[in-house]
Design a binder for this molecule. Structure first.
Ligand SMILES: Nc1ncnc2c1ncn2[C@@H]1O[C@H](COP(=O)(O)OP(=O)(O)OP(=O)(O)O)[C@@H](O)[C@H]1O
Length: 64
C-alpha cells in the first residue's frame, strides 16, 4: 500500500526539461497556439513523438 502511494507520488514529480530540448521540440517556438494571462503557448513534438503544448511564462528569459 505505502509502496504504491510512493510510486504514484514519484510519478507525479515535475519533469525538468533542458531549454535546448524545448527549443528543438518547438522548432525554436515557431508554432504559436495562443496566449493566456501568464504567457504564450507553442506546439511542440518530442523526438519520441509526444505532442506537447509549451507555455513560456511572461517575464522569464530562456537563459536557464
Ligand atoms: N494543449 C493545448 N492545445 C492547443 N492549444 C492550446 C493548448 N494549451 C493552450 N493552448 C492555446 O493557448 C491559449 C492560451 O492558453 P492558456 O493555458 O495560457 O490559457 P489561459 O488559461 O487563458 O491562460 P492562463 O492560464 O495563463 O490564465 C489558449 O487559448 C489556446 O489557444
Amino acid at each position: 500500500m505505502t509502496l504504491s502511494v510512493c510510486y504514484f507520488m514519484e510519478r507525479e514529480k515535475p519533469i525538468r526539461f533542458p531549454s535546448q530540448q524545448i527549443r528543438i521540440a518547438t522548432e525554436n517556438f515557431t508554432n504559436f497556439l495562443g496566449s493566456g494571462g501568464f504567457g504564450s503557448v507553442y506546439k511542440g513534438v518530442f523526438s519520441n513523438g509526444t505532442l506537447v503544448a509549451v507555455k513560456v511564462l511572461r517575464g522569464t528569459s530562456d537563459e536557464n
